[in-house]
Write a protein that binds this ligand. Structure first.
Ligand code: SF4
Ligand code: ZN
Ligand code: ZN
Length: 301
C-alpha cells in the first residue's frame, strides 16, 4: 500500500479521509489538523501561554508534542489522582516525557489538596469515582491555569471521544449539554478558556502519531473506566464507522455547523466560594471545598 502523497509505503489507511499515509505524511497531517482546529475555533494565538492537561496517555502527550512542535508556548499539568498503581505508572510517563524534552510540568497531588486520594475519597463519600474525579479535576486544573496566568487549558479529547459524547447527549436530547459541547469554552470570572485541539483526529491517528514520534505513553486505561458508558458508545460508533467510513467526523462536523441552534442556558450567576475564593454557582462552599470538608469530617454521604 503506497502513500497517497509520495512513493513510500503507507503505515495507516484512513478510510474516512480517503488517505493512505507514510510516517512522514501522517505526522504532517496530524499537525495540520490541529493547527486547523486551533485557527477555525480561535482557540489561542502563539503569543498566549497554554497549559496542557496531561494524563500520561497518548492523546494528551501527543497534543503536548504537537503544540510545542507548532511553536506554541505550552506547559503541562499532571494531576496525581491517587488511584492505586495506575496513578504512579501514568505519572512516570508524563514526567519522563517532560524531562526528555526539557518541558515544564506541574505535578499536583489530589492527596495534598484534599487530604486523601481518589480511592479513599470514593470509599468514604461513596458514589461514582468518576463523579468525584470530574469535580476535582475541573477545579484543580482551572485553578492552576488561572493562578499561573495561562490563557487556555488544553485537553486531549479526540474525535472518538467527542463523537461518543455527542451520541450520548443526543440520545438524551440533553439540550444544556449539547449547547456546552463545543471545542472552545470561553473564559469567565476566574475561569480559564478550555480548548480541545484534537477534535478532528481519531484515536488511530493519535496512536500512530505517538509511535512515529517516539512518545512513550501508558497503554492501560484508568481502572474506573471499565464498563463506562462512553466505551459502549465508542464501540457502537466504531461499528457504524466500519460499515460507513466517515460516520464519526460527519456526525461531529455537522453538529458543530448547527451548534448555534442549541439554546445556551442563561449565564449561571457565579459567586466566590467563601473558603477558596474560586467561582461557584452553588450557595456556600464550592463543590470541591465540599468534598474537602466532608473528607475532613470523614462522614459518609
Ligand atoms: Fe477519573 Fe478514571 Fe473516572 Fe476518568 S475513568 S473520570 S480518570 S476516575
Ligand atoms: Zn508519504
Ligand atoms: Zn471552594
Amino acid at each position: 500500500m503506497r502513500c497517497t502523497f509520495c512513493e513510500k509505503d503507507a503505515v495507516l489507511r484512513l478510510r474516512h479521509a480517503n488517505l493512505r499515509l507514510c510516517p512522514e505524511h501522517l505526522v504532517s497531517r496530524v499537525e495540520k489538523e490541529v493547527e486547523k482546529a486551533i485557527r477555525k475555533f480561535r482557540m489561542f494565538v502563539p503569543e498566549e501561554k497554554i497549559l496542557v492537561a496531561v494524563s500520561g496517555g497518548k492523546d494528551s502527550l501527543g497534543l503536548w508534542q504537537i503544540l510545542t512542535k507548532l511553536g506554541y508556548r505550552a506547559d503541562g499539568l499532571y494531576l496525581d489522582l491517587g488511584i492505586s498503581g495506575y496513578s504512579q505508572r501514568s505519572r512516570e510517563y508524563a514526567e519522563s516525557f517532560a524531562r526528555d524534552r526539557g518541558l515544564r510540568l506541574f505535578v499536583v497531588r489530589v492527596e495534598d489538596e484534599v487530604g486523601a486520594g481518589l480511592d479513599e475519597i470514593t470509599e468514604v463519600l461513596r458514589g461514582s469515582p468518576c463523579s468525584h474525579c470530574g469535580t476535582i479535576k475541573r477545579y484543580i486544573m482551572n485553578r492552576v491555569a488561572w493562578e499561573g496566568g495561562y490563557a487556555a487549558l488544553a485537553t486531549g479529547h479526540n474525535l472518538d471521544d467527542e463523537a461518543a459524547t455527542l451520541l450520548g447527549n443526543t440520545l438524551r436530547w440533553d439540550l444544556a449539554y449539547l449547547a456546552r459541547q463545543y471545542p472552545v469554552l470561553p473564559e469567565g470570572r476566574k475561569l480559564v478558556r478550555k480548548v480541545k485541539p484534537l477534535i478532528y483526529l481519531s484515536e488511530r491517528e493519535m496512536v500512530a502519531y505517538c509511535l512515529i514520534e517516539g512518545i512513550r505513553y501508558i497503554y492501560e486505561e484508568c481502572p474506573h473506566s471499565r464498563g463506562a458508558r462512553s466505551l459502549f458508545l465508542k464501540d457502537i460508533l466504531n461499528r457504524l464507522e466500519d460499515e460507513s467510513p466517515s460516520t464519526k467526523i460527519t456526525f461531529l462536523k455537522s453538529f458543530l455547523r448547527v451548534h448555534k441552534i442549541f439554546p445556551k442556558a442563561p449565564e449561571e450567576e457565579l459567586r466566590d466560594c467563601p473558603s477558596c475564593g474560586m467561582p461557584t454557582g452553588a450557595e456556600g462552599l464550592c463543590r470541591f471545598c465540599r468534598i474537602k470538608e466532608r473528607m475532613r469530617e470523614r462522614a459518609p454521604a
